[in-house]
Design a protein around this ligand. Sequence first.
Ligand code: DX5
Ligand code: ZN
Length: 223
Amino acid sequence: MVIAPSLLAADFSRFGHDAARVDRAGAEWLHLDVMDGHFVPNISFGPAVVRAVRPHFSRVLDVHLMCSRPEILLEPFVKAGADRITVHVELGAQVTPLLWKIRSLGKKVGLAVNPPTNIAEAKPYLSQIDLLLVMTVNPGFGGQPFIEECVPKILQAAAWRKELGLSFRIEVDGGINNETAVECARAGADTFVAGTALFKHRNLRAAVDKMRALAAKAGSDLL
Ligand code: DX5
Ligand code: ZN
């Protein structure tokens, strides 16, 4: 299981400090929610912040592009230190060239699906991706309530993964806490983005360890 705290819930005046906190907490990934104020009604941060936090986080930088024109951002984020880049299936005809471009830059490829979008829209791409991100809130803001109706999409993605003999990770993002992480793990998720539920704890390592242990137990019940 991978726990990926979201920098969106960090102290915006101290990104490096909070990235180092996440590193010390032992989280496998640091999730960076990039928002362009067009694909989603909010603006967060760009490549300069990824470059700033890179020296403070020793493991995987997981960049989630909630952007209408990610093609102009891929190289800047790779240069800034991104290890994985996820784009949205809602971009339609742009998706295939985007996945190819991320792959050509030598990075892991992710595809995200918003709550209203049918999970079937992701099916044609499953053999081309390393990660499927099933959004469990409508993107744009942290601290939103988990959308239960997204859980069947996780089940369906896990079923296709098994049926097609693929090994992409299933990531969930939005309203993830210990309870919803267990529910998503039971459905087949293995990668958990959490902001509010983790950063509110003074002891971030204990919070990360607890979420990972609960998700791992719930996921092992699947086997
Ligand atoms: C939505 C964002 C959030 C964030 C985590 O666009 O992607 O899902 O990562 O939010 P919370 O605070 O719900 O964990
Ligand atoms: Zn995200």
